[in-house]
Design a protein around this ligand. Sequence first.
Ligand code: ATR
Length: 276
Amino acid sequence: MTDRYAVIGNPIEQSKSPLIHTTFAQVTGQDIDYIKVLGPLGGFAQTVDAFRASGGRGMNVTAPFKLDAFAYATDLAPSAQMAGAVNAMKFVGNKVYAENFDGVGLVRDVVHNLGCDLQGRRVLILGAGGATRGALLPLLVEQPSELVIVNRTVAKAQELAALAQQHQTGQVPVLGVGYDVVQGAFDVVLNASSSSLTGELPPLSASVFAPGCLAYDLTYGKGLTPFLQLAQQAGVTQLADGVGMLAEQAAEAFAWWRGVRPDTAAVIAKLTVPLV
Ligand code: ATR
């Protein structure tokens, strides 16, 4: 019988997950069905219960339900615990296993797809919300020389820096600062704030971009965002948005569900929106 999977969100029309997972299924020869589910606000648990009762094997979770999924899970992976949010669930009997693959997807894209080694490099990440929280441990595993979190609300950046320091096994210095005190230039600058969703420019000095650095915006499909424009004007030539992260987090979920990891190149090529 064909195994059933879905992505749940509200709204859900925009989701690329069905396209991504059906492409993965084709290239790996897996027999799955993957649909979009519009979850009613306040009705997450009932909707997931119904999907499980109909034979559903797993779900991706998108806004605004990542915290509902966190509460719904019976078994939270360390990645989900650290992120404080869930983006993939696997149903086995009464168990709901939950993961968050966003951070690992980001790092895989940066290191493997874009060929940007993080070890020994200075990394700056903008924002101190859920996206940054999920990225912290996967970034630290790569052993950058330093990780700086910059946020408008400085206390949130400091809080995340302290959390990361507590959980990492290595000795990478992690700092939480405000935009007015970011010091020096960075080899990798990641925009994990939600500024690009509203078309805003974070109050970032162009001097943060080191020669040869990578400027990466975690949002997807918004073209040359104000953050990427700032980087380009500062002379940065390696610019990327979150299309690779989207594909890589999906590949992680697919591998977790199906035991086979699909190649992401075809999906990335299909979904890439030019950075203009
Ligand atoms: P997400 O889950 O997508 O990370 P979030 O938890 O709402 O979203 O966090 C959004 C982050 O983007 C916050 O760190 C926010 O900064 P504040 O904590 O100071 O509000 C940041 N952010 C949003 N708009 C921004 C902008 N125009 N410039 C810089 N940072 C911005």
